[in-house]
Design a protein around this ligand. Structure first.
Ligand code: PXP
Length: 242
C-alpha cells in the first residue's frame, strides 16, 4: 500500500492569519492520524510564514508515526533537524515570494552543497529525501550525492489537463521506475487532489504520497456545517439563560 503523509502547513497558515492559537496544526495532525494518515509533514520555512518552531517540537513529541520535516538546505534548518530529529527530512527549494514550493530542486547545479547537507543530516541518523522533478538526470544525480529517497514533483501533472496531463503522468511513471531501478525509495507529491490522485497512487513501487492543500481544503468544507451548528447552539443556550 502506498503511504499517505498529510501536510498540515495550511492549518498553520490559517492560524498565522490571526497570529492566535487556533486552528492548532498539532491538533490537526492528531486527527489526521486518527483518520488513517501514515505520517505528518511540516514545512518549517525560513520566514516562518506558517509552521512555527513550537509546532515542530510538539509534533516530534506527539506524532507516533512518520514525521517528515520539509526544509530548505540552510545551516539554520540543519541545526533544527539535528536537534528535533524528525523521522525523515525532505529538502525542498525555497523562495520567499512563492505561494508554495514551485518546482523540484536544481540538483545538478546545487549538487556539491546538497551533498554536504545530506551528509550532515544523515550523520545525525536521519534519512534524507530530495524533492525533484521527474527527470532522469536529476534522479541519477540525487543517487550520486547520497540520498536514500526522492520525492517526485507532481505539480505539473496536477496543473494540466487531458493530453498534457497524460504525457506528464508518463514522465512521472518513467521517473519512478528509473529511481526504483537505482535503488532509491520513491515518493511523490504536490497538487494531488481527490480527482487526480488515483492515477498517481496506482504507479507501481511508489512508497508514499505527500498531500496537503486538497485535504485541508476539504476538511474546511466538510466541517463547516457542524462548526456553525455548534456556534448556533451556544448562542441559543445563552439566549435561553437570560
Ligand atoms: N511535497 C512537497 C515537497 C511540498 O513542498 C508540498 C507542499 O508543501 C507537498 C508535497 C504538498 O503539496 P500540496 O499542498 O499541493 O498537496
Amino acid at each position: 500500500m502506498v503511504l499517505l503523509g498529510v501536510n498540515i502547513d495550511h492549518v498553520a497558515t490559517v492560524r498565522q492569519a490571526r497570529k492566535t492559537f487556533e486552528p492548532d496544526p498539532v491538533m490537526a495532525a492528531t486527527l489526521a492520524i486518527i483518520g488513517g494518515a501514515d505520517g505528518i509533514t511540516v514545512h518549517l520555512r525560513e520566514d516562518r510564514r506558517h509552521a512555527q518552531d513550537r509546532d515542530l517540537k510538539i509534533l516530534r513529541d506527539v506524532v507516533p508515526c512518520e514525521l517528515n520535516l520539509e526544509m530548505a538546505a540552510t545551516e539554520e534548518m540543519i541545526e533544527i533537524a539535528l536537534a528535533v530529529k524528525p523521522d525523515m527530512v525532505t529538502i525542498v527549494p525555497e523562495k520567499r515570494q512563492e505561494l508554495t514550493t514551485e518546482g523540484g530542486l536544481n540538483v545538478l547545479d546545487l549538487r556539491d552543497s546538497l551533498k554536504e547537507v545530506i551528509k550532515k543530516i544523515k550523520d545525525g541518523g536521519i534519512p534524507v529525501s530530495l524533492f525533484i522533478n521527474p527527470d532522469r538526470v536529476d534522479i541519477e544525480c540525487s543517487k550520486k550525492i547520497g540520498v536514500d529517497m526522492v520525492e517526485i514533483h507532481t505539480g505539473y501533472y496536477s496543473e494540466t489537463r487531458r493530453q498534457a496531463q497524460l504525457k506528464e503522468l508518463e514522465r512521472i511513471k518513467d521517473a519512478v521506475a528509473y529511481a526504483l531501478n537505482m535503488g532509491l525509495k520513491v515518493n511523490a507529491g504536490h497538487g494531488l487532489n481527490y480527482y487526480n490522485v488515483k492515477r498517481v497512487a496506482a504507479i507501481r513501487g511508489l512508497r508514499g504520497l505527500y498531500i496537503g492543500h486538497s485535504i485541508i481544503s476539504r476538511a474546511v468544507l466538510i466541517g463547516i456545517e457542524e462548526a456553525v451548528r455548534e456556534m448556533k447552539k451556544l448562542i441559543k443556550e445563552a439566549c435561553m439563560d437570560v
